[in-house]
Write a protein that binds this ligand. Structure first.
Ligand code: NAD
Length: 491
């Protein structure tokens, strides 16, 4: 499929200058897929101007019409889902079966927020004085900057764009330079859906373009998904403009298996936590905490599954683990493996590059399991963003909670137990934005998602997400005929 790799600014496709191109390569086979623009600060400025201009009329478009356009977009995404999935897989190496699901999840997200677009209302506020009338308006914050990571571009974008559009914001989107293609394809789809020019703008590029976008004082909201280091840089930049920021950052998910867990379900749950998507998800259950009584049995079963995982081309139906996103990312993962060994963890399986010559051109890593991992070691504390599992053992519930909460992150976690009281009790104790019980990696458009601590702040999905794009305005009307004393306005 040939893709129009030009940016979208004010309804026009904008090409890059010859010296401002960024090659996009596939992690599957190293092939160059496209050359996209490395947007200059001036182009980013233009995109924000276009969004600000469009906001003047878009904010007055009734919710029912915004919803209609969003449903139209969802229908087009559903129609194009397989093509979008193939494009995303070639771009970021994720399994085709996962990107297909993600395309449909994105469509579902647009529909969910379309359903909210005409239900945004304020409230009347009873004041102490009878002869007043007070009410609130919930208004769109203006232009939102939406900056996404490479690991799930369609889904991450839908998490932001759907509530932003429903709220009545206009947007400037910047996808990751490592996987920008489905976002650029969206430019065609929003035009087909009928969104007015300038409501949705797309710029491409790396750090410089991202920094130009997120330091602009004209924004009403920045919503960012990516690494902690970039999140910190964005929040620092926003401290100068005071633009509010939503941050969806990294994680070090604890998947906790208690002694009363159903192992038949916990083993695939542990595997899904770390090897689905090659561990390249913020919600990865990259720490498996296992009760002493089950430890050896469970770990051996997880390792058995890991050894049998089919590593290969992500477009093959039988593949279970595709490549990681880039050579750089693979080198980082292998550094983590070396460090874990040096720190005294026991390597149960994996730890290297598959020795299959047909995979040599891609960025593949073996599914890897480490046991005897110290909770204070780098492998237990740092996000690897690859298929590397750290196993800890615990003696009782309290110790499990302490290990689980003992990182600087707080994004997602899992509990495996058949004791309903324990499930609720531990769910309350875990420092995390999401707690799954007897499942892992289950996402829904209706369920709010986000983190705490270094995993970020703010929520996406769920009715909560729309609040990130709305501001409350209070309107107070004096109903009396009184001429007020200017020095003693009523409380
Ligand atoms: P990254 O931080 O390197 O890049 C993310 C985006 O930020 C890219 O578009 C990049 O170009 C842009 N960027 C880089 N420097 C910038 C700057 N100074 N100002 C503004 N923008 C800038 O992250 P990544 O490697 O693409 O993604 C991996 C990370 O994303 C992991 O840490 C992962 O946990 C996290 N992630 C979080 C979630 C979540 O919802 N919490 C979901 C997916 C991924």
């Amino acid at each position: 499929m040939t893709i129009d790799s030009r940016m979208l600014i004010g309804g026009a496709r904008v090409d890059h200058d010859p010296d401002h191109g960024l090659p996009v390569t596939s992690p599957v086979d190293g092939r160059e897929l496209a050359v996209v623009a490395d947007a200059t600060p001036a182009q980013v400025h233009d995109a924000i101007t276009a969004a600000a201009d469009a906001f003047r009329s878009w904010r007055k478009v009734p919710g029912v019409e915004r919803a209609r356009l969003m449903h139209a977009l969802a229908t087009i995404i559903e129609r194009e889902a397989d093509e979008l999935a193939a494009l995303e897989t070639s771009d970021n190496g994720k399994l085709l079966r996962e990107t297909r699901t993600q395309a449909r999840f994105a469509a579902r997200n647009y529909r969910f927020f379309a359903g909210l677009a005409d239900k945004i209302g304020g409230r009347t506020v009873p004041l102490d004085a009878w002869d007043t009338f007070d009410y609130t308006l919930r208004e769109p914050v203006g232009v939102a900057a939406l900056v996404t990571a490479w690991n799930s571009p369609m889904q991450l974008l839908a998490n932001k764009l759907a509530p932003a559009l429903a709220a009545g914001c206009t947007v400037v989107i910047k996808p990751s330079e490592l996987a920008p293609l489905t976002t650029l394809r969206l430019a065609d789809l929003v035009a087909e859906a009928g969104f007015p020019d300038g409501v949705i703008n797309i710029v491409t590029g790396g750090v410089e373009a991202g920094a130009a976008l997120t330091s602009d004082p004209r924004l009403g909201r920045i919503s960012f998904t990516g690494s902690v280091a970039t999140g910190e840089a964005i929040q620092r930049a926003a401290s100068a403009t005071l633009v509010p920021v939503t941050l969806e950052l990294g994680g070090k998910g604890a998947n906790i298996v208690f002694d009363d867990a159903d192992l038949e379900r916990a083993v695939p749950g542990a595997v899904a936590g770390i090897f689905a998507a090659g561990g390249q998800t913020c919600i990865a259950g990259s720490r498996l905490l296992v009760h002493d009584s089950l430890h050896d049995k469970l770990v051996e079963r997880v390792a058995e599954v890991a050894r049998a995982i089919v590593v290969g081309d992500p477009t093959w139906e039988r593949t279970q683990l595709g490549p990681v996103a880039s050579e750089r990312q693979r080198a980082r993962i292998l550094e983590h493996v070396d460090r874990a060994r040096a720190d005294g963890a026991s390597l149960l399986t994996g730890g290297g590059v598959p020795d299959d010559a047909s995979l040599a051109a891609g960025s593949y890593v073996q599914p890897t399991v480490f046991t005897d991992v110290s909770p204070s070691s780098a492998l237990a504390q740092q996000e690897v963003f690859g298929p590397v599992l750290a196993v800890h053992r615990f003696a009782d519930e309290q110790e499990a909670i302490e290990i689980a909460n003992g990182t600087e992150f707080g994004l997602a976690s899992g509990i495996w137990t058949s004791d309903v009281s324990r499930a609720h009790r531990v769910a309350r104790e875990l420092v995390a934005g999401t707690v799954w019980v007897n499942t892992y990696r289950y996402s829904a458009a209706q369920a709010p998602f986000g983190g705490t601590r270094k995993s970020g702040h703010g929520r996406e999905r769920g009715v909560e997400a729309i609040d990130e794009y709305l501001a409350t305005k209070n309107v107070l009307i004096d109903l009396s005929d009184e001429v007020r004393d200017p020095f003693s306005i009523k409380a």
